[in-house]
Design a protein around this ligand. Structure first.
Ligand code: HEC
Length: 81
């Protein structure tokens, strides 16, 4: 087998392992976290903190800093990060 064929087989074998793994991971992420019978309770939860400038600045610092939210939710918090 020449080196090109060997490289193609190696990449194919790698994809064969990675694709099912990433599919499994995305299915797990998309799984609903709130039990169906508690969805209304979860929707009724309100933020107990006042939307003051100070509180928003603290939240922004956490979102972009050590709370790591920005890595997944993006800079604008829309979930496209
Ligand atoms: C590892 C990636 C990741 C990180 C880090 C992360 N999130 Fe999320 N977040 C998700 C995913 C994926 C969902 C959707 C989960 C679901 O629907 O079950 C989600 C859902 C949410 C929701 C619900 C959104 C909605 O429309 O119902 C909020 C609010 C939220 N995240 C806030 C945060 C905050 C605040 C932080 C930082 C403390 C954070 N997330 C960190 C991945 C992440």
């Amino acid at each position: 087998m020449d080196s090109l064929s060997r490289a193609i087989v190696a990449v194919g074998a790698l994809l064969f392992q990675i694709v099912p793994l990433s599919w499994g991971a995305s299915q797990e992420i998309l799984r609903p976290r709130v039990p169906r019978d508690q969805i209304e309770v979860a929707r009724a939860v309100t933020n107990p903190l006042p939307a003051s400038d100070e509180m928003i600045a603290k939240g922004k610092a956490l979102f972009e800093g050590k709370a790591f939210c920005k890595a997944c939710h993006g800079a604008d918090g829309k979930g496209l990060g």
